[in-house]
Design a protein around this ligand. Structure first.
Ligand code: FAD
Ligand code: FES
Length: 252
């Protein structure tokens, strides 16, 4: 794992939906060495632990992190102003494995949508499905269009897009894709993994766990996986966050 600590200039940090912020950072080089699905560990002044945030985009020298204010750390992040210097440890973890010649379905749920934007930019003609609780939380739809993918939209309450969960849309479109990549809440990932098993399609999921070091040194982010019939513990930060869905022990 090759990562770096950098002080990145904050270009903008705008609220794009209720409590959701879009942080753009100048990387200092045009080509940012990030694989889609990897994450950045952001230092928050006054906090001893960094906050892990997925890379939303990494094109044209701009590292983009889209995050929801959840607690004190992300609240402090949301108050950072353009011109500030942000201490970022990146790129971390293993991202989505994208092969040419395959059609991917990219599924994002809620705050799991941002990493699918850079993933879409790395895929040929991806099928993008985004799901949100309601219209007030919808983000990044135009960004997907600019990246060349028309996102399908659903909301739990039908306030915009199709009413229902991403799994309903995925089931309808399953025959059109070769492989599925997903990021979002655990129940959504579990349901997608079951659907992919039913259709015999490979599936990669990005898992979330509470983190401390972010680099495999502290064991905070351990998850149970199965490989060759054996169960073992792995680190979301170092072995993931992206895992093959069939390796995840869903009730672990
Ligand atoms: C690989 C990965 C990628 C992520 N990508 C995004 C993203 O793109 N956008 C986004 O909004 N959120 C993302 N998260 C979740 C985000 O890290 C947490 O919401 C954030 O750390 C909460 O910090 P806080 O101080 O505001 O909340 P608090 O609850 O006050 O945090 C207390 C401590 O718990 C840790 N923590 C709390 N919730 C989480 C969590 N869900 N995952 C990991 N650590 C947590 C914090 O880092 C901190 O150390 C990601 C998490 C992981 C593991
Ligand atoms: S956060 Fe320390 S090992 Fe993953």
């Amino acid at each position: 794992m090759k990562y770096d600590v950098r002080q990145l200039g904050l270009i903008s940090n705008e609220e794009i939906a209720a409590g959701i912020f879009d942080m753009k950072l100048a990387y200092g080089e045009n080509k940012i060495p990030v694989v889609c699905g990897q994450f950045a560990h952001v230092y928050v002044p006054g906090k001893s632990l960094r906050r892990p945030i997925s890379v939303c985009d990494a094109r044209n020298g701009v590292l983009r992190l889209v995050y929801q204010v959840k607690g004190e750390g992300t609240r402090i992040m949301s108050q950072m102003k353009p011109g500030a210097s942000v201490d970022v440890l990146a790129p971390l973890g293993n991202g989505f494995r994208i092969q040419s010649g395959r059609r991917y379905a990219l599924i994002g749920g809620g705050i799991g949508v941002p990493p699918m934007l850079y993933t879409a930019a790395k895929c040929e003609d991806p099928l993008v499905i985004t799901g949100f609780r309601d219209a007030s939380l919808v983000i990044l739809q135009d960004d997907f269009r600019r990246a060349g993918a028309e996102p399908l939209l659903c909301t739990d309450n039908g306030s915009v897009g199709k009413k229902g969960f991403v799994t309903g849309l995925l089931r309808e479109k399953m025959e059109q894709v070769d492989e599925i990549c997903a990021c979002g809440p655990l129940p959504m990932l579990r349901a997608i993994a079951e659907l992919c098993k039913e259709f015999g399609k490979p599936c990669q999921v990005s898992l979330e766990e509470r983190m401390a070091c972010g680099v495999g040194a502290c064991l905070v982010c351990a998850v149970r996986v199965q490989k060759n019939g054996e169960e073992l513990m792995q680190h979301v930060c170092k072995n993931g966050p992206v895992f093959n869905a069939e390796e995840v022990v869903w009730n672990g």
